[in-house]
Design a protein around this ligand. Structure first.
Ligand SMILES: Nc1ncnc2c1ncn2[C@@H]1O[C@H](COP(=O)(O)OP(=O)(O)OP(=O)(O)O)[C@@H](O)[C@H]1O
Length: 446
């Protein structure tokens, strides 16, 4: 087939490379605060007026700094709702950042306008999870792929058609299917059409937002392999968003782990998987389903719920669920005493046990011996508030207010006084594998 391709190869790209392709400096994206047409509007039929303005803000992405090198794949992983998509969309300016700077090849995207911005936009493309809904069913595949070129005024009709056909072949589809409609293709093929469309404007950087999550596992690897081949051929740089660690492991050069709007760890792939330093990363890795289903207990190592992004915890956002929360310096506690105190605090907060006597509580949580000093006195006070055999000022042992008071006392005395609550952690570590930088946002690594 005669091709008219203007597609840049990776060699052509290497020529104008120096420094990171993309730099994020303290990027935040908050929702709410009445942003957007209906942003922050709440409907509640039981109040008058039934519509109110919700001033709660969702800190979807908070103070994220990252660099992405040309030609690499940075995997971005984290549980649903942690802000991955919001970060991807903010980088592409599909969402306006609330704060921070995004530099592409050293240029601040916010400073561009007119033709420069239009040009830059073609350099940055995105592919989405659901290939079904992102392809217009009324358009033929050829038109779909040509649409971005038309929007950017690239080539003439003939040139666009030639390029669309070439791209179909590049992504592993038959160019003769140029006139077919999306419904004639399988899920994996539709994601390939999406890829061809994103590549049609010759981008340098592609945000891939869960591109294979909707596909069968057997198809996932094939699409990932095609993406890797295209990356090499065209010198593409990927930000690859996924919640599935095996997908991340397949495709990434480096991995960034996100939790509740913060990046908690960044390292080269091998370093991250073999030498994880953040307790959240460790928990994520331990929750990878084991191949043998009879080996139970691998899931659910994370305790508690993800806090709401409208009220994220101070300091380290993972601290409310962290199994390695650091003891406040104010108390002189042994590791064992602290681990008992921490477990007791969490159990009271979540009310995971039935009411019992003070002696039973001491035995159950502290093996009979409370910690010494001030910490021990605080624990004794908390036990006194909830024990079935202590004086509750006439209220029943099951009184909610007692549990709330005990929870408040323990949280204020221990959790809130931990360095984990007082300071946001950020540490650069020496990697064990490879020579790349290793960042971990955990005070245990200070
Ligand atoms: N337009 C919006 N308005 C208000 N809140 C939003 C908006 N978009 C996202 N959020 C909130 O921001 C947080 C981050 O959402 P985001 O979709 O970025 O997470 P995610 O990690 O990509 O999750 P998923 O994998 O489920 O898509 C969530 O709490 C979400 O509810």
């Amino acid at each position: 087939m005669a091709v008219s391709s203007d597609l840049r190869t990776s060699e052509a790209r290497d020529a104008d490379r120096d420094g990171p392709l993309l730099e994020l400096e303290g990027v935040s994206k908050y929702f709410g605060q009445g942003s957007g047409l209906f942003g922050g509007l709440q409907y509640d039929p039981d109040t008058f007026p039934p519509i109110s303005v919700d001033r709660e803000r969702v800190e979807a992405v908070d103070d994220v700094s990252l660099e992405i090198q040309p030609g690499e794949t940075l995997g971005l992983v984290g549980e649903s709702g942690c802000g991955k998509s919001t970060l991807g969309r903010t980088i592409l300016r599909l969402l306006e950042p609330t704060d921070g700077e995004i530099l592409f090849r050293g240029e601040n995207l916010a400073d561009l306008s007119g033709e420069e911005l239009r040009q830059m936009r073609s350099e940055l493309q995105m592919i989405f999870q659901d290939p079904q809904s992102s392809l217009d069913p009324r358009m033929k595949v050829g038109q779909i792929i040509e649409e971005p070129m038309r929007a950017h005024g690239m080539l003439d009709d003939e040139g666009r058609e030639a390029r669309a056909k070439e791209l179909l072949e590049k992504v592993g589809l038959d160019p003769r299917h140029y006139n077919r409609y999306p419904h004639a293709f399988s899920g994996g093929q539709r994601q390939r059409i999406n890829l061809a469309r994103a590549l049609s404007v010759d981008p340098e950087f592609v945000v891939c937002d869960e591109p294979v999550s909707a596909l069968d596992v057997s198809i996932q690897a094939q699409v990932l392999n095609t993406m890797e081949r295209l990356q090499e051929e065209f010198g593409l740089t990927y930000l690859f968003i996924a919640h599935d660690l095996s997908v991340i492991r397949h495709i990434s050069d480096r991995v960034a782990v996100m939790y509740l709007g913060h990046i908690v760890e960044v390292a080269e792939k091998e370093e991250l998987f073999e030498n994880p330093q953040h307790p959240y990363t460790k928990a994520l890795l331990e929750s990878i389903p084991v191949p043998d289903p009879r080996e139970s207990g691998a899931r659910g190592v994370l305790e508690g719920e993800v806090p709401s992004p409208t009220e994220p915890p101070s300091g380290c956002r993972f601290r409310t669920r962290c199994p390695e929360l650091i003891a406040p310096e104010a108390y002189d506690l042994t590791e064992a005493e602290w681990s008992h105190t921490r477990a007791f605090m969490r159990a009271v907060k979540r009310r995971t046990f039935e009411p019992m006597s003070a002696a039973e509580l001491r035995r159950e949580f502290f093996g009979g011996d409370l910690p010494g000093g001030e910490a021990g006195e605080i624990v004794a006070d908390a036990i006194d508030m909830i024990a079935t055999d202590s004086d509750h000022g006439g209220e029943s042992a099951d009184d909610r207010s007692d549990w709330t008071a005990a929870t408040d006392l323990l949280l204020e005395s221990f959790a809130e006084r931990s360095i984990c609550a007082r300071e946001r952690p950020a540490y650069d570590l020496e990697p064990v594998h490879g020579s790349g930088a290793h960042f971990a946002a955990c005070h245990r690594r200070r």
